[in-house]
Write a protein that binds this ligand. Sequence first.
Ligand code: ITT
Length: 190
Amino acid sequence: MELIFATHNENKVKEINKLLPPGYLVKSLTDLKYDAKIEESGSTLEENALIKARTIFNAFKENCFADDSGLEVYALGGKPGVYSARYAGNQKKSEDNTNKILHELQGLNNREAQFRTVIAMVYNKTEYLFEGIIKGKISETPLGQNGFGYDPIFIPEKETLTFSQLTLSEKIKISHRSRAFQKLVEFLKS
Ligand code: ITT
């Protein structure tokens, strides 16, 4: 089965490719040479995931899915959430974003947070949503070299290391995106 993954984020593509069951082929926007920017103008992860999936379905008329993901920090009222990519400004720099969170949490005891992914899929012209969540906490400093985005400051529950200190295989065993994607795969198998 062929599906388009409506993303320009190659780290996400790597994660999804590692999770693909036999018989599935995922093409990214890079594979399709689709360079146009998709305006993520929604105010929720659900809306943005749907915007991306619908845009690409309309362009290619093929089954496709998109994810929108965000870090939700409890002591910050769920921020940065849907604004995760540009939390510290439109330059969308991960280092600036993580530093901003660490700065805002200085002196606060509650460092609990969660990553949440919403995948929107257009399949046989019908829309579906799948959610995945991993709870955890924000580290005191950025640690580790792997992954992307907020991975260096996120310690998943039952772990002592950040997502960036885990290998890709270890991250995708438990990650928000994997959990949402597993639901998508279960749906397609059913
Ligand atoms: P696409 O919209 O092209 O898929 P994006 O990088 O803009 O790529 P999102 O809007 O879904 O992706 O994600 C918002 C930001 O949340 C992203 O830029 C990262 O900083 C962060 N993020 C998402 N998933 C993450 C993960 O698994 N680990 C760490 N940070 C993540």
